[in-house]
Design a protein around this ligand. Structure first.
Ligand code: DSN
Length: 408
């Protein structure tokens, strides 16, 4: 029997989501459309299997296929990121970060991470996340003038604060991060270096950004953003001792049995990410992002840091149009364009309101958007945002948007 016949309520909700995903223009920078093959692996019978432990060291019988699967996933992951050791069991980016911290620093250790309201991640020291509770985090900031990471200020701060670890990586930062420069700071301070490359993992895999594995002691990532795999996490390192500690930190310290069906999907995603087609996709998504950013700038929008080097940028809608990020997000929602409100550096609005919206092109590029579509998208966005208080107009625009998305 099919799900539709057995459980119509759930079937219907999934179907509604399929329709939403088909007709909406997805601009959330951390989302993407995984391939059918990734979803087939994730929906496979590996969901039935328990396999606590690691390949050939399990606490359950019947793990021969689980071992083959996880070994292949690890090998593909190491090859993709040119790194010696990979843990592919982390259920999410947050859990990857939790295990990474546990592996390399003691409770209460001093850590520096990018300020959340300037583009950092929740798990890089926010007081409402375990990270800000378990460790003594000190945020570092972007320059008020350039809105780019102020590496000199970071260095001065680090020399004074003397952290045990500096974390790099962001969820809303549109510029290339100079991992080498931060590694030099870590060496001066005598501390460890961790990179959370969740947002740019696809760009790193395609060789478009510095590979943090060349500089950091430990690298974490999710697999579902620009990497376009299933939702999940990975932890990478070139250091054998750290690798051993990471494995123990994931299991049994932070997690139980691995999600083998997700590991199967991760392995499929790693293979896809080694292809020429994937490299072309990454180049196109960066091109689309820069083009969309330029078009909006030419229409008078103020972009945080003035531009983008990756798959996302943040529009300061308050400076651009005098509206909040919350109003902008809701307005775009009304015309079928999905994005998220986002703080801008030194924001005066609360995190639930914000002065900005974050825009990413990973998902629309997967849908086949190129220059022509990006031009139409910029026009849609501009038209909608300038009519934020005209629901009748927005409704008309939404109908147009749906007809447009029919083709992709
Ligand atoms: N919350 C995710 C994002 O949208 O970027 C990861 O930080």
């Amino acid at each position: 029997m099919s799900l539709k016949e057995k459980d119509l309520e759930i079937y219907q909700i999934i179907e509604n989501e399929r329709i939403r995903q088909k007709y909406n223009i997805e601009l959330i920078a951390s989302e993407n459309y995984a391939s059918e093959e990734v979803r087939e692996a994730q929906g496979s019978i590996f969901t039935n299997k328990y396999a606590e432990g690691y390949p050939h060291k399990r606490y359950y019988g019947g793990c021969e296929n689980a071992d083959a699967l996880e070994e292949l996933a690890i090998n593909r992951c190491c090859k993709l990121f040119n790194v010696k050791y990979a843990n592919v069991q982390a259920h999410s980016g947050s859990q990857a970060n939790m295990a990474a911290y546990r592996a390399i620093i003691p409770y209460g250790a001093k850590v520096m991470g990018m300020a959340l309201d300037q583009g950092g991640h929740l798990t890089h020291g926010s007081k409402v996340s375990f990270s800000g509770k378990d460790y003594e985090f000190m945020p570092y900031y972007v320059s008020k003038e350039t809105e780019e990471i102020d590496y000199d200020a970071l260095e001065a701060q680090a020399l004074e604060f003397k952290p045990a670890l500096i974390v790099a990586g962001a969820s809303a930062y549109s510029r290339k991060i100079d991992f080498k420069r931060i590694k030099d700071i870590c060496d001066k301070v005598g501390c460890l270096f961790m990179v959370d490359m969740a947002h740019i993992a696809g760009l790193v895999a395609a060789g478009l950004h510095q590979n943090p594995c060349d500089y950091a002691d430990i690298v974490t990532s999710t697999t579902h953003k620009t990497l376009r795999g299933p939702r999940g996490g990975i932890i990478l390192t070139n250091n054998e001792e750290i690798a051993k500690k990471v494995n123990k930190a994931i299991f049994p310290a932070c997690q139980g049995g691995p999600l083998l069906h997700v590991i199967a999907a991760k392995a499929v995603c790693f293979k896809e990410a080694m292809s020429d087609e994937f490299k072309e996709y990454q180049k196109q998504l960066v091109k689309n992002c820069a083009y969309l950013c330029d078009l909006l700038k030419n229409k008078g929008y103020v972009i945080v840091s003035g531009g983008t080097d990756n798959h996302l940028f943040t529009i300061n809608v308050k400076k651009s149009l005098g509206i909040t990020g919350d109003v902008a997000e809701k307005t775009l929602d009304k015309v079928g364009i999905t994005c998220n409100k986002n703080t801008v550096p030194y924001d005066t609005e609360k995190p639930g309101i914000t002065s900005g919206i974050r825009v990413g092109t990973a998902a629309v590029t997967t849908r086949g958007f190129k220059e022509k579509e990006i031009e139409l998208l910029a026009n849609f966005m501009d038209d909608a945002l300038r009519h934020y208080d005209d629901d009748a107009y927005l409704e008309k625009l939404h109908e147009e948007e749906k007809r447009f998305m029919e083709k992709y």
